[in-house]
Unconditional design. Structure first.
Length: 133
């Protein structure tokens, strides 16, 4: 395994602006830790992260899961479970989407620091990209 971090493509919508620029580092560090724990070489791995709001994630939840309500995190794996990975090709794991209002509300209810709760949800979403339930 290399020390190369995974490539993380972030889309940060206005609801998340109060959180600041720390989301990029948080995603890279969390993804690298999850990949390391799973024994996956991070070199060439690509992951999309979208930080959105309750309205957008509710629409995604309705479209993909038939549940027309906001949720904290959704994951969209790019690979089918057990699909072979081509040697030398970038490995697109998929996308993880988080909703600001639900994340903020749940962190407060759990009396958990917001950044810690976001990291927890990133781990949760990343594990779903590997088809863990």
């Amino acid at each position: 395994m290399t020390d190369e971090p995974p490539s993380c493509d972030l889309t940060v919508e206005p609801a998340w602006e109060p959180v600041g620029a720390g989301l990029d580092d948080l995603c890279v560090e969390t993804a690298a830790a999850v990949l390391h724990r799973l024994g996956v070489d991070a070199a060439g791995v690509e992951i999309g992260f979208r930080f959105t709001d309750d309205a957008h994630i509710a629409a995604l939840n309705a479209d993909w899961r038939g549940k027309p309500s906001p949720t904290d995190v959704l994951s969209f794996p790019a690979e089918e479970d057990g699909a072979p990975v081509l040697a030398g090709a970038p490995r697109l794991l998929g996308d993880v989407v988080l909703a600001y209002e639900t994340c903020r509300r749940d962190a407060r209810a759990l009396e958990r620091p917001f950044a810690d709760h976001v990291r927890h949800l990133l781990v949760h979403g990343l594990l779903h990209l590997f088809h863990y339930d």
